[in-house]
Design a protein around this ligand. Structure first.
Ligand code: PNS
Length: 165
């Protein structure tokens, strides 16, 4: 079985992420969406909340599953028998960063490769950072959060009254 891991902080999952998951699921037998810690970011949602959002978003993709991992990505992939990481890229800035991460991960496990899927043009401006900003200002999230996850995100966002203040 050809398994790929799609890692990220998914704080929260966006329609751009969902598009990458669906496209990866059309290429690989199994896609494990792995919610991980990004040491450079201060998350809005807990890991468990993000897992709930992701699971609600991917119910329509039978060969995708979402899990939590707080360790090294390369170790996780090796334990899962997955030799491919999937990353979505929206442009040169994303690519520069992800290219470095691909080298680091390959250094940690030489059999681990990374494939890049270009974001669709309509998703280029969408990011979790943008979604968090929209949550902060109580803006309509329907264009950036997957329909299946919207209710759970709105419910969790209700409890974040002090976010950004
Ligand atoms: O969605 P993000 O925040 O860009 O995802 C980044 C993430 C979580 C994939 C990255 O920070 C990561 O791989 N974290 C796990 C720890 C790890 O393996 N780091 C790279 C080697 S030091």
């Amino acid at each position: 079985m050809n398994t790929a891991v799609f890692p990220g902080s998914f704080d929260p999952v966006t329609v751009g992420h969902l598009d990458i998951i669906a496209r990866a699921a059309a290429i690989f037998d199994r896609v494990i969406v792995c919610i991980m810690v990004n040491g450079g970011k201060h998350p809005l949602f807990s890991m468990e909340e993000r897992l709930r959002f992701l699971r609600a978003a991917i119910t329509c993709i039978p060969n995708a599953q979402a899990v939590l991992c707080d360790g090294l990505l390369a170790d996780f992939a090796r334990k899962q028998g997955a030799r491919t990481l999937v990353k979505g890229v929206r442009g040169c800035a994303d690519f520069d960063w992800e290219f470095q991460m691909a080298q680091i991960n390959r250094g940690l496990w030489p059999e681990l490769d990374t494939v890049f899927l270009p974001a669709q043009t309509k998703h280029l401006h969408i990011s979790s950072t943008m979604a968090r900003e929209m949550i902060r200002y109580r803006q309509d999230l329907s264009g950036c959060i997957p329909a299946g996850a919207l209710e759970a995100v709105l419910e969790s966002a209700e409890g974040k009254d002090n976010y950004g203040k």
